[in-house]
Design a protein around this ligand. Structure first.
Ligand code: 5GP
Length: 217
């Protein structure tokens, strides 16, 4: 076992989702956008705890984002921290690659568009915040375009962010104030240490054993 890692069991992920569901329910999410791969399992577990008796399950849409260090430093971190500013993710010194995105045209055809909805974004960890920032800014842009196209620009779309873990460290990108003030929830805040999630384990028995020894069960 490596002491410089935090090991998490599936049980613990389940409990973190369960513990957070009450707070998230207050937001009344219409749908979830899970950021893959780490957000998929938490989103599915969370859905169980968000289900209200007699109501339908909250739909989960998936997006795939991968984060790469940019070869050319743009050193725009100051920009990223402008009050209320929402710079492009690329300006935050990291490049986010979309490996999967929402098909807005299909969603629109099936009357599932995101305009005016309460959207719950789920990921496993908020590290530098670059990925979450990218997800919020790009989804906002696309929804705005759709709303303009459909003459529904007056409808307010709101985001709530849920992560299992937030690392207490300086962030490379900033999320909008209205999200940070009441629509951002990390089940746990941890120091800047590597978190080993169970879905990455090649030996799940060992992973669980380490998690138990650290109390993360
Ligand atoms: P960001 O820096 O954009 O907040 O995080 C980008 C991604 O890096 C996360 O979604 C996650 O996949 C990965 N990541 C960052 N820190 C950790 C960690 O401690 N453990 C694991 N397993 N992945 C991490």
């Amino acid at each position: 076992m490596s002491d410089d890692k935090v090991y998490i069991s599936y049980n613990y992920v389940h409990k973190l989702c369960q513990r957070s569901a009450g707070e998230i329910k207050k937001f009344k999410p219409d749908l979830m956008v899970a950021i893959g791969g780490g957000g998929f399992i938490p989103a599915r577990i969370l859905r169980t705890f968000l289900k209200e008796p007699g109501a339908k399950n909250i739909p989960i849409q998936a997006i795939g984002l991968s984060l790469y260090e940019e070869s050319v430093s743009t050193s725009n971190e100051e920009n990223a921290n402008d009050e209320g500013g929402l710079p492009d993710a690329e300006e935050a010194g990291m490049e986010v690659i979309r490996t999967q995105w929402l098909d807005f045209n299909t969603l629109e055809t099936h009357a599932l568009n995101l305009i005016g909805k309460n959207i719950l974004i789920v990921d496993e960890v908020d590290d530098t915040r670059t990925t979450l920032h990218y997800a919020v800014s790009e989804l906002s842009k696309d929804i705005k375009v759709q709303a303009e196209k459909l003459g529904r620009s007056n409808e307010v779309t709101r985001f709530f962010i849920f992560v299992l873990h937030n690392k207490d460290k300086p962030k490379r990108a900033k999320l909008p104030e209205d999200i940070m003030n009441g629509r951002y929830l990390a089940a746990e805040t941890v120091s800047d240490i590597w978190i080993a999630y169970p879905w990455e384990a090649t030996d799940i028995d060992l992973q669980t054993k380490y998690a138990v020894s650290q109390g993360n069960i």
